[in-house]
Each structure stands twice: as structure tokens, then as C-alpha cells.
Design a binder for this molecule. Structure first.
Ligand SMILES: Cc1ncc(COP(=O)(O)O)c(C=O)c1O
Length: 449
């Protein structure tokens, strides 16, 4: 006999009792208990429908039937590690290679974004025989020890920066050190990286890699100015290092016009290593590192085998292939462009109406709305942003914030998000912002958690 399902309060109590308290919930004061999902919608235990504006893992839509079917069919046949010959692994690598520049032709499969970035670090160090890493301020690259070390977003709150880690400023032309009024922000930001390399070299240190999220998301949904990657790569290569593009959040067509977000920088730009994760398996844990023949060979030259029990298993690869099929079959890249442009247009209309909206930036279905307290200093409107997403949740819309000031509303919904969904969210935002202006309700934030 099936046990009675636990109530939300019971589940919460059990979670508090059994799960490490560092594992945080969304909306901790009033968490949503979810039981099923479909497309861009998630349902709670009472069947109430929430619109999901943030889940970039359920890339082609929650529980997409084609992906579920591919997993089920392969599960019935075989699932094991990748030391036997199996078609799914090579078929998937072949399909992925078609989306990438030719130079990126060697693949490693893993289970999470963190594993992918950790392997990228090992590859970079083995190939270059150098140790040091340059990262962007506020970046997050994963939860492993090695990655906390290269994630200022995390290490700033822990024991601090290791001597082999160097932090470059975020190329953020809205609130960074060089803004939209700078005459050449690309050059200025790239020169900051050059300066860091020179300073490191003066101390006898050698650069193994420059890690960057192709569109820095935790940093506040930043769109790096075009040409920045090429210039930085030139400095990094000159120092003997490699360029790692972290596509774990932003890859697989989210940006619409390109399959990979690094391609927004121009066709002439090719990273040395690309890491992939989250959207790859539409919820199933699968990740990948793509790199060049030379880097893969240098890694093999150690004579040490790379073995990952679950990485690239037949089920994971069947799922990965199904996700790629759905992106193509449902024209999700074109859809991301169309819906993303429409959403940006609506948000820009709101910007004219509500002074709290300082900036609307994005590409495809990766969009940030920067909320500010004042036009001049662009002080992050942190409390107001929190208040807004709390109110939206009461309207059954799930949105969240990012950026060092936690004031940037981030949109990264499943790619099946529609124009109607976009209109609904923006209408609700408009209502709430109008309320906030009328009543200055943000002062009441503390009462609304
Ligand atoms: C940019 C980026 N890189 C790496 C990771 C780590 O991925 P995972 O949580 O799958 O280990 C994340 C996760 O949030 C991420 O956002």
C-alpha cells in the first residue's frame, strides 16, 4: 500500500532534520513543494501551476516526452560504464562536434559541471605545465575544492584567494570599472587581464588558464563586449596559457543566434577548452569537456588513465542525443531569439516607465534586469529585487536574482517559454512595481518574507 504523501510542513521538517543546512532552498521562508512538471510549468502538491522563468537545466522543457522516452528505451536495453564499445558515446561526440569549431574535436564525458571544470583545470595544467589561473570577479565555476579556489563568488567568504589565482574585473559595461561611455571598453578590460599576467609573471608565476563563463551569470547576467575574448585569448596564449569557456549555464542554443555563447564574440574566436553541463541532459546529470587534439594528447602523455564510472554511459548519451534532436526539431534556437527579443522589448518598455529598472540586457533567453536605487550611482536595489520576486512567487511566477548586489532579475527559462508567458510575467512585474512606487512598499519588505 502506498504511504500517504507527506505534507509540505512534514517534508520541510524532515529536510531540516536530515539535510545539511548549507543546502539552501529557494524561498527559504516559504518554500514551494513541487511534485511534477511539464514544459515551462511546475506543479505543487495541490496542483497549482507555477511558471518557471529560471530553470536552465530543463532546457527543452521539463519532462520532455522525447527525452523521457530515449532514457526509458535505453534503460531497458543496457546501461554501464564507458569502457565497452557502444555507439551512443561516439554518436553523441560526433553530434556535439558538429556544433563546435573544428579544432575542438576531443571529448570527455562526465556527470556535472563541476567535474567538467575540474577536468578542464587538469587538462590546462598538464598541457601548459603551468599552475596559475585567471578568473573573473564574482565568477562561480563549481563546488569542488579546486573550483571553490577559482570562484571569487565563493572564496571571498571562505579563507580567501590562493596565490595561484588571479582575479580580473568583470567586463560589465553597465556597472563595472569601464562603462558604456568609455571610448574602448573592450581594450580597457582586456588590458586589465594583460596587467594581471604581467604582475603574476614578475612574481615568477606562470599562467595555465583563463576561465570565463561565456556570459557571466552569477556575476549579474553580463554580456561581455564583443572582441573581448579574442584580445584576452591573445594575452593568455602569449603567456603560455589556455582559454577555457564555461558554457555550463549558457550553452546549447540558449542565446538563440549561436549554439554556444562564446560564438557571440565572432566566428574568429575559438576557445581551447569548452565545458558543458546543466542543459545537456535536460535534468539528467551529464557533462562534457571538449578540447583540442594537442591538449588531449598532452593529457594522455602522462600515461595515467582517465576513468569516470558514470560519465558517458549509454543512457546519458541517449538523453544527450534526444536533447539535441529536440532543439533541432522544435527550432528552439529560433524560438529563443523570437521570444527573447519580445521579452526584452517588453522589459525595455517597463524601463521607461519604472525608474527602478536601470538596465535590461540579454541575448536569446538569457536576460538580466538590473534594478537600481538611483540613476547616478546605480546603487543595487537589493531589497526591492527580493521583494519583487517574493511577490511574483505569490502570483505563481518563479524568478530569481543574481549579481554581487543580488539586484539583477535573471531570466533563463526552459526554451519552450512562450510570448504569452513573457507578457504575463511583465504585466505582473508592472503591477507590482506600480504598487511599490505608489505605496513605497519596499519599506515593508521585512514583513513580506
Ligand atoms: C557557470 C557554472 N559553472 C559550473 C557550475 C557547476 O555545475 P554543477 O552544479 O553541475 O557541478 C555551475 C553551477 O551552478 C555554473 O553555474
Amino acid at each position: 500500500m502506498q504511504a500517504r504523501p507527506s505534507s509540505r510542513q512534514e517534508t520541510l521538517a524532515l529536510r531540516r532534520q536530515l539535510i545539511g543546512s548549507s543546502c539552501k532552498l529557494f524561498f527559504p521562508e516559504d518554500p514551494v513543494k513541487i511534485v511534477r512538471a511539464k514544459g515551462q510549468y511546475i506543479y505543487d502538491e495541490h496542483g497549482r501551476e507555477y511558471l518557471d522563468c529560471i530553470n536552465n537545466v530543463s532546457h527543452v522543457g521539463h519532462c520532455h516526452p522525447d527525452v523521457v522516452k530515449a532514457a526509458h528505451e535505453q534503460n531497458q536495453l543496457l546501461n554501464t560504464n564507458s569502457r565497452y564499445l557502444h555507439d551512443n558515446l561516439v554518436d553523441y561526440a560526433k553530434r556535439l562536434s558538429k556544433t563546435l569549431p573544428e579544432k575542438l574535436c576531443k571529448f570527455y564525458f562526465l556527470n556535472s559541471g563541476s567535474e567538467a571544470n575540474d577536468l578542464a583545470l587538469r587538462l590546462a595544467r598538464q598541457y601548459t605545465k603551468h599552475e596559475d589561473v585567471i578568473v573573473l570577479d564574482h565568477a562561480y565555476h563549481g563546488h569542488l575544492t579546486s573550483l571553490i579556489d577559482i570562484s571569487p563568488y565563493k572564496f571571498r567568504n571562505l579563507e580567501g584567494q590562493k596565490e595561484w589565482v588571479h582575479v580580473a574585473p568583470l567586463p560589465d559595461t553597465y556597472r563595472g570599472i569601464y562603462r558604456e561611455d568609455h571610448k574602448d571598453s573592450v581594450l580597457a578590460y582586456a588590458n586589465e587581464v594583460k596587467k594581471i599576467i604581467e604582475q603574476a609573471q614578475k612574481k615568477g608565476r606562470k599562467i595555465a588558464a583563463f576561465f570565463i563563463e561565456s556570459l557571466p551569470s552569477v556575476g549579474g547576467q553580463i554580456i561581455p563586449p564583443e572582441g573581448y575574448f579574442q584580445m584576452v585569448a591573445e594575452h593568455v596564449h602569449k603567456a603560455g596559457g589556455v582559454f577555457v569557456a564555461d558554457e555550463i549555464q549558457v550553452g546549447f542554443g540558449r542565446v538563440g543566434k549561436c549554439f554556444w555563447a562564446f560564438q557571440l564574440q565572432g566566428e574568429d574566436f575559438v576557445p581551447d577548452i569548452v565545458t558543458m553541463g546543466k542543459p545537456m541532459g535536460n535534468g539528467h546529470p551529464i557533462a562534457c569537456v571538449a578540447t583540442t587534439k594537442e591538449i588531449a594528447e598532452a593529457f594522455a602523455d602522462t600515461g595515467v588513465e582517465y576513468f569516470n564510472t558514470f560519465g558517458g554511459n549509454p543512457v546519458s548519451c541517449a538523453i544527450g542525443l534526444a536533447v539535441l534532436d529536440v532543439i533541432e526539431k522544435e527550432h528552439l534556437r529560433a524560438h529563443a531569439t523570437q521570444v527573447g527579443n519580445f521579452l526584452m522589448e517588453l522589459l525595455n518598455q517597463q524601463k521607461v516607465k519604472h525608474p527602478i529598472i536601470g538596465d535590461v540586457r540579454g541575448v536569446g533567453l538569457f536576460i538580466g534586469v538590473d534594478l537600481i536605487k538611483d540613476q547616478e550611482k546605480r546603487t543595487p536595489a537589493t531589497k526591492e529585487a527580493e521583494y519583487l520576486i517574493t511577490r511574483l512567487k505569490r502570483e505563481y511566477i518563479l524568478l530569481s536574482t543574481d549579481g554581487p548586489g543580488r539586484n539583477v532579475l535573471k531570466f533563463k527559462p526552459p526554451l519552450c517559454f512562450t510570448m504569452d508567458n513573457a507578457k504575463l510575467v511583465v504585466d505582473k512585474m508592472d503591477e507590482i512595481l506600480t504598487d511599490m512606487e505608489r505605496e513605497k512598499t519596499c519599506e515593508l519588505v521585512g514583513n513580506h518574507h
